[in-house]
Design a protein. Sequence first.
Length: 565
Amino acid sequence: MKKIVIDPITRIEGHLRAEVEIDEEGVIKEAYVSGQLFRGIEIILKDRDPRDAGLLAGRICGVCTNSHFRAAVSSVENAYDIIPPQNAEIIRDLMSLALFIQDHVTHFYHLHLLDFVDVTKALEADPKMTSKTAHLYASQPYANSHAHYVYVKEKLAKFVSSGRLGPFSNGYWGHTDYKLTPEENLLLLSHYLEALKFQSDISKAIAIFGSKTPHPQTIVVGGITSVADMLNPQRLNDFIFILKEAKGFIDRAYIPDMKLLATAYRDEIKSASGRSAGNFLSVGGYCFDTENLLFENGVIYNHDFENIENFDSQLITEEVERAWYKDDQPYYTDLNKDGTLKTAQKDDKYSWIKAPRYDGKTMESGPLARVLISYAQGNRFIKPFVDEFLTFCNLELLDLSTTVGRNAARAIETAYLSEYIFKFINKLVQNVKYYDTKTWTKYAFETIAKEANGKTFLEVPRGVLSHFINIEDQKIKNYQVIAPTTWNASPKDSKGQRGPYEEALIGIKLDDPSRPLEVLKVLHSFDPCLACAVHVMDTKGKDLGAYKMNLNDRKEEIACQNRTR
């Protein structure tokens, strides 16, 4: 066996490491996926005022923006039996759903696309043929003209000739795993550039009700504070306009691009490449009228789409057998002398990520789980979106449980949400129109229960997010977070069960072990987010280190003290 180490895995933000063991034919026989930073936010929250939990927990991640913020506030509301007004829930949903759309598009184009697209091959493309290629997957392709593709090709050529590839650097260009034609490469790269503007615009929509993004600050215990924005017709129209523009890009670029990818990689999809154990978890949610939800709750075992169980939070456990914890406290063990993880023994610890389990089983969480469970549960709203995609690409539902299929599920979900988000906007407008302007439930904190326990379960872009809070003497005594990546990137447990990341890597064949593009492609399909981790703090407040850095071309040096407060 030969061991391959890839560190970091993530394209923009690191901290995820993978070590795979391959046989003489380059087939992965074992995998160890490791979160390389410690998340100490639960420690930071101890002894804080519960009403501050949202602003502090929201700093867990600058990628997930309002997800942790909302979950923390909701867990406090659950503890104190505070029910926010309908308008507050709608506005929270609008921010969350806009984040889904922003996050999914950003993930595909800017964090994952270069696992499929060879930048150098795009320089060989014929712009006229590229335009014809686009019409194979969309009746009205986005920004589709000969002149546009000439411009994009010239821009890419300047990057390459100057040697300054920027975001396109460090790719495994020329790898045999790339399957697209030069024209398909150019088409997708043109949308890569267009998606940069998309990402900026959709963020403005989130900021309309959140005051800013990342880290919105308008969600409070009992409701929201963006009352003036809700009552301002221009602000509502701005939100609607941005979402309509976003829907155009999704329908005319994102979905067609995913159809192109699924067609080009159809043989790989049918080989079940990147498939995990087949256990899926969704808590459902996002009610857009009196009885209908965007997502259904449920649990799937072993790809059995016919027998789906209801979600039961009492069945969740969390192990630290192979994680760097002891008695639920940080407990880091040294690496091997060659810098690799200690994994030889079954009790070796190799990750800061804990191992949540549902009824003792590993669970995959995220867009794929939501799409499979909602579809199999008979959700009539998402069904047409799934059926249309599968029919066009000549695929089956099971085919979504693969590397490329996981991306397809994310695109399908985005198209679905970009249409149904207007149901939420209309409901808010109707409430305001008929003088329902309540946005906050009044409560008296001074007289509220001094001891309470609360929890919340939310579907967020990467999957199931849960926050748990224990309050004593009106202060936070204990806090616990299980993020989507905790489910998907979990290490092995005491039974030796691999987490979804690790399971999806088993059986993957590396064409060139020195260029492990196949590993990156599988792991990126889950949309890893290790930003939930933060550096270990010294609670006594002493200096932990001093650093110097050069700024731009100026030869000034600034000493940066890494202090804890």
